[in-house]
Write a protein that binds this ligand. Structure first.
Ligand SMILES: *Cc1c(COP(=O)(O)O)cnc(C)c1O
Length: 331
């Protein structure tokens, strides 16, 4: 099977398996796992933040970040297709007691001028806006990217209004590969950032949340509340360290492969910025997906007439050439 459903389907590399087997471990809830401590320190440095915490999933990282920046009864601004809005099971409401306030966009990418009308001040008529969530790259927008100037402007203007900014950077390293900017530069002005080790970087489990040291200390309590206090998690963190070390340079190939698939489905490859291709079909999505499967190709139907393809290191150039051929025929 050529699995283009998601970049979460990658299997750990032989190098990851080896370090996992040999990882030095301890009880991480006591902060005694040297490998987790190493991963957290390394991630904080790479992201240019004071501290970082290893969390089991990106969703947990986002949920904790929102908790850190809000109080119950406030609003969280996000775009109208945000992962926190559509794919995190209403955790903003459930855990943080806040309302997600979606701002309409065409491709998931916000601007300060789009955000500003939705910012509310406290008073007898409005819930107070606490924060802005920006997703970079944007998953359901099709791997789309913010311009760095737009990120900086959103942060500057949001901070001037006393709003915090969290970056859902699940695929931050895809943005790094595409723009050539360092991760630390991209996230320089956001208050917190979450990035996944378990997507294109290929670790079997885990994400990191980075930000100011006092917030990350509080994040440890919230992680425990959510059942994310892991014990000898150095076995997982070891793979995460390899993922950060070795995988970012492989992401260029994923982007090239995504452009190849885009061409096959009639999308201008120049509009594909990272490793996600979203396209619409005229026929029934379920039978389209079934037809692909019969040819050994897995893709996702993501609602309406939309199909999503995601490239990653477990699909080769050759796999993508074959998938492109099948897609062209089916369409
Ligand atoms: C995958 C993803 C997450 C986190 O997903 P988990 O499966 O919980 O690790 C968060 N945000 C975006 C944009 C994602 O694509």
């Amino acid at each position: 099977m050529i699995d283009l459903r998601s970049d979460t389907v990658t299997k750990p590399t032989p190098a990851m398996r080896k370090v996992m087997a040999e990882a030095e471990v301890g009880d991480d809830v006591y902060r005694e796992d040297p490998t987790v401590n190493r991963l957290e320190a390394h991630a904080a440095e790479l992201l240019g933040k004071e501290a970082a915490i290893f969390v089991p999933t990106g969703s947990m990282g986002n949920a904790i970040a929102i908790k850190l920046h809000t109080r119950h009864g406030q609003e969280v601004i996000c775009d109208d297709r945000a992962h926190i809005l559509d794919w995190e099971l209403a955790m903003t409401a459930w855990f943080s007691g806040c309302l997600a306030r979606p701002v309409p966009t065409s491709n998931g990418i916000l601007s300060w001028s789009a955000i500003e009308p939705y910012v509310k001040n406290p008073g007898p008529f409005n819930a107070h806006t606490a924060m802005v969530n920006i997703e970079h790259p944007h998953n359901m927008g099709g791997g789309t990217l913010y311009r760095i100037e737009a990120i900086d402007e959103i942060c500057e203007r949001a901070h001037a209004r006393n709003l915090k900014v969290h970056m859902d950077g699940a695929r931050l390293f895809n943005a790094v590969a595409r723009t050539g900017l360092t991760p630390a530069r991209i996230v320089k002005n956001v208050d917190t950032v979450m990035t996944c080790l378990s997507k294109g970087l290929g670790a079997p489990v885990g994400s990191v949340l980075a930000g100011p040291a006092d917030l990350i200390t509080r994040a440890r309590t919230h992680r425990k509340q959510l059942g994310g206090g892991m014990r000898q998690s150095g076995i997982l963190a070891a793979a995460g360290l390899v993922a950060l070390e070795e995988s970012p340079r492989k992401l260029y190939a994923d982007h090239e492969n995504a452009r190849l698939l885009a061409k096959a489905v009639g999308i201008d490859p120049a509009t594909v910025q990272t490793n996600i291709v979203i396209f619409e079909i005229a026929s029934d999505p379920a039978s389209f997906i079934a037809g692909l499967k019969q040819e050994g190709i897995l893709a996702s139907a993501i609602g309406g007439q939309k199909i999503r393809l995601v490239t990653h290191y477990d699909v080769s150039r050759q796999d993508c050439e074959r998938a492109a051929q099948v897609l062209r025929t089916l369409i």
